[in-house]
Ligand binder design. Structure first.
Ligand code: PLP
Ligand code: ZN
Length: 425
C-alpha cells in the first residue's frame, strides 16, 4: 500500500510527481509530500503501531517511502524520560526529556532524517548521496551511507568541532571542508547538485528527508500515552525539526490517534545565531540573515530555509522563542548533566537554557507538562566544556590520602550548581 500521492508546493499548491526535486518551478516555494490521510486513518491503528518494533518505522504510513525502509531500520524510539530533578531546578511540576543524544547510530536526531532520505534515494536508484552539514548530518550521512553501500560526499564549514570531523571521516566518506559559513557551504552544494546527479539529502531530497523529523513528534505523543505535551521546546537551525514536530502532532490529531492537539511550541537558538528567534520576538515578517558566532555550531545557520514556517508554527500554536548566550549554553549543558545524568551537545544546552529563560519569563507556566528536545550528544562537542570542569584530584593509592582528601573537601573542582554534591560546594 502506498500512502504518498505527490509533491506539492507549500506556497501556490502546484502539484508535482514524486521525484527528487524540492522547489516549485512557478513560485520557487518549497515542495512537500502529499499523503492520503483517509487511507492512513483507516489503516494505521494504535494496535498496529503497538505491535511493531520500537523504532521510528512503526509510523511508516506517515513517512514518505513507497516501500519498506532499507537504511536505518533500527533508528528512533529514543527514551522520553520524566525528569524530576531538572524540573525542580527549573521550577516546573512536570518535565520530560526526549533524549535523541542516544539515537542510533550516530547519536543525534539527524539519524531520523537520514534514514528516510537514504531509503528514498535507494527507491529512486541513486548510487551516490551527499549533504551540506553543520556537523551531525555529516556524521549520519557518512555512517548510513557506509552501512547502506552508497558512495557519499559530505560538505562542511572547515572550522567544525574536531569530533564532528573525525566522526564523519571514520566512515570513509569523501569529506570536503569549505572556507566559509554553513550558508556558503549550502549555496555551493546547490550548484554541485545542479551538476551531479546525486541524492543531496537536504537539497533535492529535502521534501522526503525533512519528513523524518516528524517521527520525533509521533514518539513523544505515544510515549506520553497518546497525547501531546502542553509545551515543547525545540532547538532550531534551519527550523525544519520544529516545523515537523508541529506537523506530526497535527497529523496524529487529523487521523484520530490523539483526541486534541494543544501543544504550544517554543523555538530555541543561541544569541550568536538567532535569526528566527529575533524575528519572532520582534514580530518581523521578514528574516535578517546573520553571520553566526556561537559555540552552538550545529545550530549555526544564518539564513534558515524553514525559518518562516518555524516562526508560523510558533506563533500559531501560541508558543514563543528565546535565545541565550554561549555562557548560558554551557550552564545548560552542565545543569542537564548534573540533574539528569544526560550529557548533551551544545544544542542541548541551548534547549535547556532557553527553557529556563522561558519559565523565568512566565512564558511557560509552572503547572503544565513540558518536553525538552535534546537532539545531540555531548561527547561530540567536548571543547565547549573541557576548560570549565577543572581537574580531578590525583592521590597515591593510599587510604589515608583519600581520607585526607575528603576531610579537607577542597580537593574536588566545584560543580556547576553551588548546592551540588556534598563535597563539591
Ligand atoms: C540539525 C540539528 C538541529 C536542528 O535542525 P533543523 O535544521 O532546525 O531541523 C537541532 N539539534 C541538533 C543537534 C542538530 O544537529
Ligand atoms: Zn509554487
Amino acid at each position: 500500500m502506498i500512502y504518498t500521492k505527490a509533491l506539492k508546493c507549500r506556497e501556490c499548491g502546484q502539484e508535482y510527481p514524486k521525484t527528487p526535486t524540492h522547489v516549485c518551478e512557478f513560485c520557487f516555494g518549497p515542495l512537500e509530500v502529499v499523503y492520503d490521510y483517509e487511507a492512513i486513518r483507516r489503516d494505521l491503528t494504535l494496535e498496529k503501531i503497538a505491535s511493531r518494533p520500537p523504532n521510528m518505522w512503526r509510523y511508516k504510513e506517515l513517512l514518505p517511502l513507497d516501500s519498506d525502509p532499507t537504511i536505518g531500520k533500527q533508528v528512533g524510539f529514543t527514551p522520553l524520560r520524566k525528569s524530576n530533578r531538572l524540573a525542580k531546578k527549573l521550577g516546573v511540576e512536570e518535565l520530560y526529556i526526549k533524549n535523541d543524544a542516544v539515537n542510533y547510530p550516530t547519536l543525534s536526531f539527524k539519524d531520523r532524517v537520514v534514514s528516510v532520505a537514504l531509503s528514498k534515494a535507494r527507491e529512486f536508484g541513486f548510487k551516490t548521496v551527499a549533504c551540506a552539514s553543520t556537523g551531525n548530518l555529516a556524521n549520519s550521512v557518512a555512517a548510513n551511507a557506509a552501512a547502506g553501500d552508497f558512495e557519499s560526499f559530505v560538505f562542511i564549514p572547515y572550522d567544525l568541532e574536531p569530533t564532528k570531523v573525525l566522526g564523519t571521516m571514520i566512515y570513509g566518506t569523501n569529506l570536503v571542508g569549505i572556507h566559509g559559513t554553513y550558508d556558503e557551504v549550502n549555496r555551493l552544494c546547490s550548484e554541485i547538485a545542479g551538476k551531479h546527479k546525486w541524492a543531496f539529502v537536504n537539497i533535492n531530497m529535502r521534501p522526503y528527508y525533512a519528513e523524518g523529523s516528524k517521527s520525533m513528534g509521533y514518539e513523544i505523543a505515544e510515549q506520553l500515552g497518546w497525547k501531546t505535551p502542553r509545551h515543547i521546546v525545540v532547538p532550531m537551525a534551519s527550523g525544519s525539526l520544529l516545523t515537523k514536530i508541529d506537523k506530526a502532532f497535527g497529523e496524529l490529531h487529523k487521523i484520530g490517534l490523539i483526541r486534541e492537539n494543544n501543544a504550544k511550541i517554543y523555538g530555541a537558538q543561541a544569541t550568536g545565531c538567532s535569526p528566527i528567534s529575533t524575528a519572532v520576538k520582534n514580530k518581523w515578517d521578514i528574516f535578517k540573515p546573520v553571520k553566526p558566532n556561537t559555540i552552538a555550531k550545529s545550530l549555526a545557520i544564518g539564513n534558515p530555509a524553514d525559518g518562516f514556517y518555524a516562526a508560523r508554527s510558533i506563533t500559531q500554536t501560541g508558543g514563543w522563542c528565546e535565545d541565550i548566550t554561549d555562557e548560558e549554553v554551557i550552564a545548560g549543558i552542565r545543569l542537564l548533566a548534573e540533574t539528569e545524568g544526560i550529557f548533551a551537545e551544545t544544542a542541548g544546552g541551548v534547549t535547556v537554557g532557553v527553557a529556563k529563560k522561558l519559565i523565568e519569563e512566565g512564558r511557560i507556566p509552572k503547572n503544565e507538562s513540558v518536553v525538552l528536545c535534546i537532539t545531540g550528544n555531548g561527547l561530540k562537542t567536548q571543547e565547549a566544556v573541557v576548560d570549565k570542569l577543572g581537574k580531578p584530584p590525583i592521590i597515591k593509592p593510599s587510604l589515608s590520602e583519600f581520607e585526607e582528601l575528603i576531610k579537607n573537601k577542597g580537593g574536588f573542582p566545584p560543580s556547576a550548581d553551588p548546592k551540588g554534591g556534598p563535597l563539591r560546594g
